[in-house]
Design a protein around this ligand. Structure first.
Ligand code: HEM
Length: 386
């Protein structure tokens, strides 16, 4: 059974933790700005919504992704992390650019958006370089690594399309249709692919499963990549392929769970399953033409629940390994399973789930998401304190 510990080298704890800490801050800012102006939820391309969307996706989602990949990629490929120093450079540019870009959106200042987004993009570029150097050392390849490679590709492409969109707002060659390309590359390319790739690995690991074939993950990658091409040029085909990819993802997860040895589903897997439920709802809403509802369910339900759930497993592991693993056998140390305050994490998930479900219809339900985010941050803080 694979473990989350890298085989050949220890990743400095400060690197993933700094990404996650900043990501959590951007999450609080994202829900906070919407809570201050909930009526923004009803308006297309509202500045507050655009700022919140980027604090959420580029700040929270991408931040956690980068932090977690620093830990996971060495595990997946059984290689040491190449040049951890590049990770700190990436952290600096992304960490600085993301809030600047949000301010640009709030002030409706296309050059500010481009400058902040451009800085963040440089950070993503440096991160990608660090990962490519790490990937190149791999003695063997596997579909989880393929999913993460595609994620890196879209992590460069999606912001580049956004940058182009920001510059076109300023210099006059704006085309609203290109917003769809940017959003699809970001949402499907970055988030669906990374979540399903990492989820395939982690759900199996956390439920001690011997089932789940990597072949199904490979097929999902084909379906979602082709669906992106379809969404750009042939929308009907793109949507059909989204359904194919989703069906494969559900089948894959069912397979993994059907062969699990650990019968009780832990908090991370519960969050993952709830997140997949939201992905199903979101695809349905999108198919019926309710793009706005679909977008909110995607962000808050799918990304929000899956990402917070994965952190409830990964952060305790990181802290325990760095702080307590060297002391095992020498003094009494807490058990890994006692690192997370489980009931608090479940409460955060419940607040998030209900908030995500209701927010498209009752904007005031954003208050549940604010509460859920605070409880989530508190749970992680407790892990760090223990
Ligand atoms: C992976 C990171 C990113 C994701 C997932 C993402 C996602 C999105 C989404 C979903 C929207 C539509 C929001 C809405 O309609 O309320 C959007 C709009 C936009 N994004 Fe991003 N974005 C990302 C990074 C960036 C970056 C780095 C820039 C660079 C400047 C950028 C610039 C823009 C602009 C200018 C718009 C509005 C475009 C328009 O009004 O036509 N995005 N983005």
């Amino acid at each position: 059974m694979t473990s989350l510990a890298p085989k050949n080298a220890v990743v400095p704890l400060s690197l993933p933790l700094s990404f996650v800490a900043l990501a959590a801050l951007y999450l609080l800012l994202a829900v906070g700005v919407v809570a201050l102006e909930p009526q923004a939820l009803g308006a297309y391309r509202h500045p507050v919504l655009l700022a919140a969307a980027h604090l959420f996706f580029l700040g929270f989602g991408v931040g956690v992704l980068m932090g977690v990949m620093h830990q996971l990629v060495p595990v997946v490929l059984e290689v040491p992390l190449a040049r951890a120093s590049l990770g700190y450079v990436a952290l600096f540019f992304w960490g600085l650019g993301t809030p600047l870009q949000a301010v640009g959106f709030l002030q409706q200042h296309p050059l500010g958006i481009a400058l902040g987004g451009g800085l963040a993009w440089v950070g993503l570029g440096v991160f990608t370089l660090e990962m490519v150097l790490t990937f190149r050392q791999a003695p063997r390849w596997n579909p989880v690594a393929t999913a993460l490679s595609w994620t890196l590709f879209y992590l460069i492409l999606a912001p580049l399309l956004g940058l182009f969109q920001a510059l076109s707002l300023r210099y006059g060659f704006y085309d609203p249709a290109r917003l769809g390309w940017h959003a699809a590359a970001g949402l499907v390319g970055v988030f669906v692919l990374s979540i399903l790739g990492v989820g395939h690995l982690l759900v199996g690991m956390f439920s001690l499963s011997h089932g789940g074939s990597a072949r199904w993950l490979g097929l999902q990658l084909w379906a979602f990549n082709l669906s992106l091409l379809g969404l750009a040029f042939q929308r009907g085909l793109g949507e059909a392929l989204l359904w194919v990819g989703l069906a494969l993802a559900l089948f894959d997860t069912r397979n993994i769970l059907a062969h699990r040895n650990k019968k009780a589903l832990d908090v991370g897997v519960q969050h993952y399953l709830a997140g997949l439920g939201f992905l199903l709802l979101c695809t349905g809403a999108y198919g019926l033409g309710y793009s706005f509802v679909a977008g909110l369910w995607f962000a808050l339900g799918f990304v929000g629940l899956v990402v917070t759930g994965m952190l409830y497993k990964i952060i305790p592991f990181l802290i325990w390994t760095h702080r307590y693993a060297p002391l095992v056998g020498k003094q009494k140390v807490p058990l890994l399973k006692d690192m997370l305050p489980g009931p608090t994490a479940r409460l955060a998930g419940l607040l998030w789930g209900v908030g995500a479900l209701l927010t498209p219809f009752v904007p005031q339900a954003i208050a549940l998401l604010v509460l859920g985010s605070l409880v989530f941050v508190y749970s992680l803080q407790e892990v760090i304190r223990r």
